[in-house]
Each structure stands twice: as structure tokens, then as C-alpha cells.
Design a protein around this ligand. Sequence first.
Ligand SMILES: [Zn+2]
Length: 102
Amino acid sequence: MVKLSKRLRQAIETLSEALPLTAPVKITRPKNMDEWGSCEKLESPDRFIIRINQRLTDDYAISILAHEWAHARAWTDDPAIPNHGPEWGIAYSRCYRALFEP
Ligand SMILES: [Zn+2]
């Protein structure tokens, strides 16, 4: 498992302070992923797992982090709520602004 870069760790810290999650989060950079990123919620222990494809550059990894962090912020177990619906969209815009607005 690759170590997280300093820039990625700083982005995680920024998001943790500005937009905290309801459970601890573990962020990893797996090598063999078909997707760019993923977010899942475990029940015991209660925690989010965010995976960011190791092949991505730092810039790309940080934008994927914003996308996946928004999934964690908007997390619901209600199957009627779409993955990339309005709740996620609002959460994503907040993550984006926390990371990229001066
Ligand atoms: Zn998504």
C-alpha cells in the first residue's frame, strides 16, 4: 500500500476540519482498482473507507477525494436516494469550495 502524499494528507485535513464526517474515515490508495475512487460505510466498527486509485496523479487524486468525501457527507442507507442526487451535489460543492477556493 502506497503512502499518502503530503498534499493529499493536507487536503484530508482541510476536509476533516471544514466538513467533518459522522464516523472516522480511512483513506487508502489501492493499486488494483477498476474505478478512480470509491466510498463505503462499515457498520462495526462504524467507519468510512475511501479508496483512491493509486495510478492517479496528486491533482487528480485530490479531486476524487472531494467526490468521495461528498459521498461520505451525504451518506444514507435509504435506497430511494440516488448516489449522485441533489444531497450529494450540495455536499460535493462544499467539498470543492473547501479545497479549491482561495
Ligand atoms: Zn460517486
